[in-house]
Write a protein that binds this ligand. Structure first.
Ligand code: ZN
Length: 365
């Protein structure tokens, strides 16, 4: 069975406007492109085309999530505010989440794209799926957008799967370099959804994401954070899989896996300070597939989140989607022979300590 791909041209039309990285231009900040602009997503889509991989994927047309579906996670106030601003000239969905005219509809299509991917996997139309959606979702909170995220795409799709898809236990493994705070918050008291985030410690948001955030009430132990020091490479990330991800998922026994997949742990990402290579992303995807096969009939959905290095995201994304589909295109990542020679990419003692602390806090050793 094939791998599904969700994409829509309108994802690239979501307009984050002018900025210098994430900062609003002014008399001392020269206007430039916003860090979260369409380039990395467009270039990944182009790579799928040029490599020939796209013709082996099943195109999954996204639909717009309904306001009721979005309202499973978000407040009506947040939805109405975004809708009203979008109908005029745009605005900010909360904090650091600028958008232009029409972004409400595009954000609904982004959340709905993840729903389409989940439905296709649960319905058996595809073996697994990659949702190349935009705007991203994992920072959005119930009552506001945050960190470029208008609606919580993964949270909304997981709530949909549980409400109407006949799925009970769902686990999310978020390897975006930033903390998956929004997905965590959506299920913090829910014992049926395990949220696990691997991220650079207090990169964004500047607070939270520590190992002591383990869930609350009946949801206690169903949230796991793995905050890592800057500078972690493939070896540290795979160590996290050995010591935390694998035992945590085996203990939880999910019926569906969802991966909020950010490529901003890349060694050349402008917003993160990690050193993950495209082969690292390939290996992590392989581990997720093995766990999905072992635990939930191979049912896994990958959802695009961050990733801001235009020269590297296409190769990292290709490695992930090649692995999901089991097809190698032969395209070579020009960064790979560079990054693999960098010093300090082996597992460092202080990185192993951070992983040990996360595993201990989660009761895994
Ligand atoms: Zn990120």
């Amino acid at each position: 069975m094939a791998t599904g791909l969700v994409f829509h041209e309108l994802y690239l039309w979501h307009d984050t406007g002018s900025a210098a990285s994430v900062f609003t231009p002014g008399l001392t900040i020269e206007p430039d492109q916003h860090a979260e602009n369409p380039a990395t997503k467009r270039r990944l889509r182009s790579m799928l085309e040029v490599s020939g991989l796209r013709e082996h994927l099943v195109a999954l047309p996204p639909r717009a999530a309904t306001e009721d579906e979005i309202g499973r996670f978000h407040t009506r106030g947040h939805i109405e505010r975004v809708k009203a601003l979008s109908a005029e000239r745009g605005g900010d969905a909360g904090v650091m989440t600028p958008f232009g005219p029409g972004s409400f509809e595009i954000a609904c299509l982004s959340a709905g794209g993840v729903i389409s991917a989940v439905d296709a996997v649960l319905g058996g139309a595809v073996a697994n799926a990659y949702a190349l959606v935009r705007p991203p979702g994992h920072h959005a909170e119930a009552d506001r957008g945050l960190g470029f995220c208008i609606f919580g795409n993964v949270a909304i799709a997981v709530m949909h799967a549980r409400a109407v898809g006949g799925v009970g236990r769902v686990a999310t493994v978020d390897w975006d370099v930033h903390h998956g705070n929004g997905t965590q918050a959506a299920f913090y008291a829910d014992p049926e959804v395990l949220t696990l985030s691997i991220h650079q410690d207090r990169l964004f948001p500047l607070k939270g994401g520590g190992v002591e955030e383990r869930g609350e009430g009946r949801g206690m132990e169903a949230n796991i954070n793995v905050p890592l020091p800057p500078g972690c490479g493939d070896a540290a990330y795979l160590h996290v899989f050995d010591k935390v991800v694998t035992p945590a998922l085996r203990r939880f026994r999910p019926e569906l896996l969802v991966v909020p997949c950010g490529f901003d742990a890349s060694g050349v990402d402008p917003l993160g300070r990690m050193m993950v290579t495209s082969e690292g992303y390939r290996a992590m995807t392989g581990r997720m597939l093995e766990l999905a096969d072992e635990l939930c009939g191979g049912r896994v959905v990958f959802v695009h989140e961050g990733g801001y290095a235009a020269s590297h995201v296409p190769f990292c994304g290709l490695a992930v989607i090649e692995t999901l589909s089991g097809i190698r295109t032969g395209v070579e990542d020009p960064w790979l022979p560079v990054m693999t020679r960098w010093g300090g990419t082996e597992l460092q003692p202080h990185q192993a300590d951070a992983v040990r602390r996360a595993g201990q806090a989660a009761g895994l050793e």
